[in-house]
Design a binder for this molecule. Structure first.
Ligand code: XMP
Length: 332
């Protein structure tokens, strides 16, 4: 199967183009899948949610959505996936809490590529196991989008990988599923237009993207449970304050990353060693390049005050001013 977007494919910018794309994909998916069953890795992010909605339209209950909580989700995220897909969209949803499995495997692993490969590989194992339990699963659907493919191709050609994306680089070669990737030629902005046309709520379609390896690539270096917990709490505060300030409507992606270093601080007149929380807030249309958003100083102040007061283990807050390139959006 080709991994190059056809030159004749128009950019999907209007409801009409999205409708045409949806009709075409429904036909393609039905032709590919027949009466077989498809497993979908439903992370709850924009890409996999749009794929879920598209596949529910195309093949209904032949789609089995599996939400793996790898312990690297944002605060409240798994609960939201269950609420939206199980309770509201009546999807076939299986929830797997694999937190310990992932975190045990990742213990002591500091290399970003190694972490990505472990998380990607373990994902496939979990799905293999779910498929074995379900019987008759032949396909694995994924929310791969075009920037994932482009970066992986570029990495292969140049021999200098930027990073191997979870959906592309981390898959083991002996995988037993055939892939269904209906949005693999779309850029993020196009996925959102398609999602709206599929009738998904704006809270889901306009949600900022979240990488497959989740907080795993934001808890920098070797992941520990205490630093991961601090990251999750700090990230929840950042997201809450961005919503309060209306910045969720203007900033494409915003999150916290926490490096594996501690600095000296002071709390209650005592020396207090803590991690820094790094704010990343970027704007982009296609994730291939990104600019830094000017965040009002008062908002930064409030976020800093809240994180350092409310999150155990954090004693500094930094704001990353680096555009892409030269930095990537994620830190790993
Ligand atoms: P980078 O860090 O490469 O990120 O500038 C570009 C966009 O892709 C997201 N991202 C990922 N998405 N699997 C995904 O599905 C991944 O492994 C992955 N890594 C990064 C990132 O959040 C940003 O939106």
């Amino acid at each position: 199967m080709t991994n190059v977007r056809p030159e004749s494919m128009a950019r999907i910018t209007t409801p009409e183009l999205a409708q045409a794309f949806i009709a075409e994909q429904i036909a393609e998916v039905r032709a590919q899948v027949g009466d077989k069953k498809v497993l979908l890795a439903l992370s709850g992010g924009v890409d996999s949610s749009v794929v879920a909605a598209l596949l529910i339209k195309a093949i209904g209950k032949q789609l089995v959505c599996v939400h793996v909580n790898h312990g690297l989700m944002r605060k409240g995220e798994s609960e939201q996936v269950i609420e939206v897909f199980q309770n509201q969209l009546d999807a076939n949803l299986i929830y797997v809490d694999a937190t310990d499995r992932f975190l045990d495997l990742l213990a002591g692993v500091a290399d970003p590529e190694e972490k990505r490969k472990i998380i990607g590989g373990e994902f496939i194992k979990v799905f293999d196991e779910e498929a074995a339990k379900l019987e008759g699963i032949s396909f694995l659907a994924q929310g791969t989008i075009y920037p994932d493919i482009l970066e992986s191709i570029k990495a292969k050609e140049s021999g200098k990988p930027v990073k191997s994306h979870h959906n592309v680089g981390g898959l083991p070669e002996d995988m037993t599923f055939e892939l269904v990737e209906p949005v693999k030629f779309l850029f993020k902005d196009e996925v959102r237009v398609v999602g709206k046309e599929l009738g998904l709520p704006s809270s889901m379609v306009d949600r900022q993207p979240f990488p497959g390896p989740g907080l795993g690539v934001r808890c920098l270096g070797a992941i520990t449970r205490d630093r991961l917990h601090a990251l999750r709490e700090a990230d929840a505060i950042l997201r809450e304050e961005f919503v309060n300030a209306g910045l969720n409507k203007t900033v494409w992606q915003y999150f916290i990353a926490i490096p594996d270093i501690k600095s000296v601080g002071v709390r209650n007149e005592l020396r207090y060693m803590g991690w820094p929380a790094i704010i990343r807030a970027v704007n982009t249309t296609d994730a291939m390049s990104a600019t830094i958003e000017e965040i009002p100083y008062a908002v930064l102040n409030k976020i800093t005050a809240r994180i350092t007061a409310e999150v155990e283990g954090i004693n500094r807050v930094l704001y990353d001013l680096t555009p892409k390139p030269v930095g990537t959006i994620e830190w790993e």
